[in-house]
Write a protein that binds this ligand. Sequence first.
Ligand code: NAD
Length: 280
Amino acid sequence: MPYGKTQQPKGRLDGKVAFVTGAAGGLGRSHVRRMAEEGADLVIVDICQSVGSVPYPMSTPDDLREAVAEVHAYGRHVVARQADVRDREALQEAYDAGLAAFGHVDVVVANAGIAPLLVEDRIEAWQDAIDVNLTGTFHTIEVAVRSMVAAGRGGSIVIVNSTAGLVGLGGASNGGLAYSASKHGAVGLMRSYANNLAPHSIRVNSVHPTGVATRMVVDPAMVAFVASDPKLARQAPNALPVRMIEAVDVSNAVLWLASDEARYITGVTLPVDAGFINRR
Ligand SMILES: NC(=O)c1ccc[n+]([C@@H]2O[C@H](COP(=O)([O-])OP(=O)(O)OC[C@H]3O[C@@H](n4cnc5c(N)ncnc54)[C@H](O)[C@@H]3O)[C@@H](O)[C@H]2O)c1
C-alpha cells in the first residue's frame, strides 16, 4: 500500500547530509545506498583510477555514475566528484561543492582505503598505504570540520578502519606493515578528534570490519598474496560461523554511529568482526 503524506516512514538520517569517500565501489557504495535509504542527501567522492602499487583495480567513473543513480533511486540528492583523498585541494573542492549545494554537512564517512599487498613486494607500498589510509583520512576530516563547527549543528564522523587497526595483522611485507600501521594511526586520529570536537557535539568513532567480500579481498592478486604467506593463510577465522561478513553489516554500523541513536557515543573503536578480535 503506498504511503500517504502523513504516513511516510521516518528515515534515521532524515534532514542530514553525508560526505563519503571511496563511495563508488565496495563498502563505500554500500554506505551510500544505506544512508540514502534512510533519508540522507550525499556528497560522494572516489578516485576512479588505479593507485600506484595496488595490485587490484579501483572503481571507475561508470561506478561513480551508478552510485549517483542509486541515490536518485531513493529520491535523494547527491553531489559526486572524482577526487583522490591524498589531494587535499581536490577533496576540499569536492566537499565545498556539496556544501554549496546542500548548505550543511552533518556526517563524514572516511572510508577510502587501499591494501597494497603484493606477492612481489615493493617499497612504494608502504608510502601508498600511509598516504591513502592515514593522510587521506586526515584530509577527509580536515576539509569538513571547519564548516561543521561553524554550522553549530553537531555531527558525526565515522572512520572505516579494520581489525588490522586494533591488532597486528597483515604479515611482514611493506604493504602489510603499512596497512596495519596506517589503520592503527587512524585510531589515534579518531581519539584526538573525538576529544577536540566534543565541545561542538561532533562525535568521532571508528568501525573495524573483519573480511568483507569486496575487490580488496576477492581480487585474484589478493587471493594470490594470502596464499603466498602460510602465516596469513592460517590466520584465525572469525568466532561466529561466517567466513566473511557482508558490506551492509558494516554499513549498518556506520549508519547507527551517524544517526542520533548514537548521540552520546564518541571516541569508540567498534569492531564489526564476527568476534574475530575477541577470539585472538
Ligand atoms: N574488504 C574488507 O575485507 C575490509 C576489511 C576491513 C576494512 N576494510 C576497509 O574498508 C574500506 C573500504 O574498502 P573496500 O573493501 O570497500 O575496498 P574496495 O577496493 O572495494 O573499495 C575502495 C574504494 O575506495 C576508492 N579509493 C581508493 N583509493 C582512493 C583514494 N586515494 N581516493 C579516493 N577514493 C579511493 C576505490 O576506487 C574504491 O571505490 C577501506 O578503508 C578498507 O581498508 C575493508
